[in-house]
Design a binder for this molecule. Structure first.
Ligand SMILES: [Zn+2]
Length: 347
C-alpha cells in the first residue's frame, strides 16, 4: 500500500517496503518548500536496488520497462542493459547499455497509451534472453490495458494471452520465471457505469474554508488519460486541531473505507512518515478519491473507470515456473519476488 506502480515496483527491486526505500507514490507535499513535489526521481530513493547490487558483483543484469520514468528509478546505479519501450528509439550504449533496442524487439516505438507498449517489453526481453543470455532480467509492463478492459473481455484476454506466449518462450529457454504484480485493479463505477468519485478537497474546502487543507493524490502522474488521476488512496495535510474532526467526517462519507492518522498509516502500511500527510484516506472497492471536481479531466475516459490504490487492489499473484523448495511458514509478498526466484526455487 498504496497499491500504485512506483511504490510497488521499487519495493520489488529493493526487497523492502516504502518505509525503507522512500517512494510511496508519485507526489508528496514538501512542507518546507511549500510545494507539491514529484517523487518519481532517483534523489528520493533511499535504498539501493537488488539489481544494481547484483550487477556490481559481476552478474549480467537487464531491465526493461514500459515507461521511461520507471526505467530511470529501477535502473538507478545499475551497470547493465536498461531501457524503456517508450524511449526505445533513443537508446545508446553509454546511457542504456545497448544500442539497438528497436531492432531487437522487431517493433516500432509504441504509443504510451497502448497494449503494444507492454508487448514491446516482452518482445525485447525474449530477444535479449536469446541473444545475450542475461543472468537476471526484470521486465515491467504498464496497466493501460487493465485500466480500460475488465478481466474476461476480448482485449483483456488478448493481453493476457500475449504475456502467456512470451512467458512460455522464456520457460522454453530454461529461464526461471517469477511473475507478480504491483497492484490489482477494480471497476470504480456505479450500476450505470458512472464513476463513483469522492471529491475530497471540495468537501474539506466546504467544511473548513478554501486553502486551509490540502489533498494529495499520489496516483497523479504525467500519464492520466486512462484514469483521470483518480485512485483509491489519498493523503491529507491539515491543521492539527482539525485532525480528529476531519477524520470522523471523512470516515462517514459514502465510498470511504478507511481513515488513518499518519502514525497509524505508516505503521500499518510501512510508509515513510516524512512523505505522508496528517491523514491517509482509502476508498472502498467501487469508489475513487478526487481533489476538486474542476481539477480532473475525465474527457479522456472512453471506457468506464477502472483504477487502484486501495486495499481492494492490494492482493496480487506471486507465480513461479519452478517448484518451491520446502518453505517455512511465511507471509509472501510481491517484493519477495527476487528472494523467491534466487533462493527458494528448485533448479
Ligand atoms: Zn494504474
Amino acid at each position: 500500500m498504496p497499491s500504485f506502480t512506483n511504490p510497488n515496483n521499487l519495493s520489488i527491486v529493493t526487497g523492502v517496503p516504502p518505509s525503507v526505500h522512500g517512494i510511496c507514490g508519485n507526489y508528496f507535499w514538501d512542507r518546507e518548500a511549500g510545494a507539491e513535489v514529484m517523487m518519481n526521481d532517483v534523489r528520493y530513493l533511499r535504498a539501493p536496488t537488488i539489481l544494481a547490487a547484483l550487477a556490481q558483483r559481476g552478474t549480467k543484469v537487464a531491465v526493461i520497462t514500459a515507461k521511461d520514468k520507471l526505467r530511470s528509478l529501477l535502473g538507478h546505479g545499475l551497470s547493465g542493459i536498461r531501457f524503456s519501450s517508450e524511449k526505445a528509439d533513443e537508446v545508446s550504449v553509454a546511457e542504456n547499455g545497448i544500442g539497438d533496442a528497436l531492432s531487437l524487439a522487431g517493433m516500432a516505438v509504441p504509443s504510451v497509451y497502448s497494449a503494444e507498449l507492454s508487448e514491446f517489453v516482452f518482445a525485447a526481453g525474449v530477444a535479449l534472453m536469446e541473444r545475450e543470455r542475461p543472468d537476471v532480467m526484470y521486465l515491467s509492463t504498464t496497466d493501460y490495458v487493465q485500466h480500460k478492459h475488465a478481466p474476461g473481455t476480448p482485449a483483456a484476454n488478448a493481453f493476457t494471452s500475449m504475456i502467456d506466449r512470451y512467458l512460455g518462450r522464456l520457460d522454453a529457454m530454461g529461464a526461471t520465471v517469477v511473475v507478480t504484480a504491483d497492484h490489482g485493479m477494480n471497476a470504480k463505477t456505479d450500476a450505470f457505469g458512472r464513476p463513483n468519485i469522492v471529491f475530497l478537497q471540495d468537501l474539506l474546502d466546504e467544511w473548513y474554508g478554501a486553502g486551509t487543507t490540502r489533498v494529495i493524490l499520489p496516483i497523479t502522474d504525467p500519464y492520466v488519460v486512462h484514469h483521470g488521476a483518480l485512485g483509491s488512496f489519498a493523503t491529507v495535510y491539515l491543521a492539527t486541531d482539525r485532525l480528529m474532526d476531519a477524520a470522523v467526517r471523512i470516515k462517514s462519507l459514502p465510498g470511504i473505507g478507511l481513515v488513518l492518522t499518519r502514525d497509524e498509516a505508516c505503521h500499518r502500511f510501512e510508509l515513510p512518515p516524512d512523505r505522508v500527510g496528517d491523514l491517509v484516506v482509502v476508498s472502498e472497492r467501487l469508489s475513487v478519491i478526487g481533489t476538486s471536481r474542476g481539477r480532473h479531466d475525465l474527457s479522456g475516459l472512453d471506457a468506464p473507470l477502472r483504477s487502484h490504490g486501495g486495499l481492494s487492489e492490494q492482493q496480487v499473484p506471486l507465480l513461479a515456473n519452478r517448484r518451491a523448495a520446502e518453505l517455512p511458514y511465511r507471509r509472501w509478498r510481491n517484493f519477495d519476488a527476487f528472494d523467491l526466484a534466487l533462493n527458494h526455487l528448485d533448479a
